[in-house]
Design a protein. Structure first.
Length: 277
């Protein structure tokens, strides 16, 4: 047995007795890191309409609060991993660059949140535990010179079934407990529905479509292709939308979206801007 396989076997054996304990997330990531080195890791749990629950993160303490707070208070709705799991029902191991829309680095999600993480390459498991419930295990590197190579990604992809089984054993019981007791930090609002209806009370249907796609990270060219209109028409819809929402940039649009979600105390559907503006 080669050294790496022996290390994987030993760490997997150490994990099994810890299923159900608070030590499991760090042991799981130690097993993965023994196979493929990475700089930072995050395990985040999405459960129905609750605020996402962070089971593990090793973001430096001085940066942790601002980054995590912005993410779980609404920015996660624009995260390519989240969108892949919710919209396309994807699972398994993925690379961020394969999921992100064209022009991702020009989006306000990137400028306002992702850039500050200093992540240069990211891969992650999407593990569906039950309907409307999934985990994202994010593994990242902070140097352009140390991107994950094909063999490393293939190695982690080969153990997807093992990772999924561990996650379901660890957090599946927690899901059942919440379902049976109604406990948990459940939000009264449906944040994903709020995103879909953002601005609809103030904008035309086409303007709403354009704003949605901008928030999801699409470029003017990409939006034009998706909607079958010219780039000039997209720009006109964006200009009219900004005027109606009293914003002057994509940054202001992004923070209007985040602030409108943060202000909600109850939500029964429709545009979250109603009652905020």
């Amino acid at each position: 047995m080669n050294t790496r396989l022996q290390d994987f076997s030993d760490k997997l054996a150490a994990i099994m007795p810890e299923i159900g304990s608070d030590r499991l997330p760090s042991l799981l990531l130690s097993m993965l890191k023994g196979m493929v080195p990475f700089d930072n890791a995050l395990i985040i749990h999405y459960y129905r309409s609750e605020i996402p629950q962070v089971h593990y993160n090793d973001i430096p303490p001085l940066e942790r609060e601002s980054q995590i707070d912005l993410f779980i208070n609404g920015a996660y709705l624009l995260d390519p991993f989240y969108r892949a799991a919710v919209d396309a029902k994807q699972s398994g191991l993925h690379r961020l660059s394969d999921l992100a829309p064209e022009g991702f680095e020009k989006t306000e999600y990137y400028r306002s949140y992702f850039k500050h993480t200093e992540i240069k390459d990211e891969i992650g498991y999407i593990v569906h535990i039950a309907p409307h419930q999934f985990l994202n295990i994010s593994l990242s590197r902070l140097s352009f010179a140390q991107r994950f190579n094909r063999s490393q990604i293939a190695m982690l992809a080969d153990i997807t079934a093992v990772v999924e089984a561990i996650c379901k054993a660890q957090w599946g019981a927690e899901i059942k407990s919440k379902d049976s007791t109604g406990a948990g930090n459940q939000l009264p609002n449906q944040l994903d529905s709020a995103l879909k209806h953002f601005g609809t009370a103030y904008l035309t249907d086409r303007e709403s479509q354009v704003v949605q796609l901008f928030l999801h990270g699409h470029s003017t060219k990409s939006i034009a292709e998706r909607l079958g209109i010219s780039p000039e028409t997209v720009k006109l819809h964006r200009k009219n939308s900004y005027a109606k929402l009293d914003v002057s940039s994509q940054a202001e649009l992004f923070y209007l979206f985040i602030d409108s979600l943060a202000s909600l105390t109850s939500y029964s559907g429709g545009d979250p801007l109603v009652g905020y503006l």
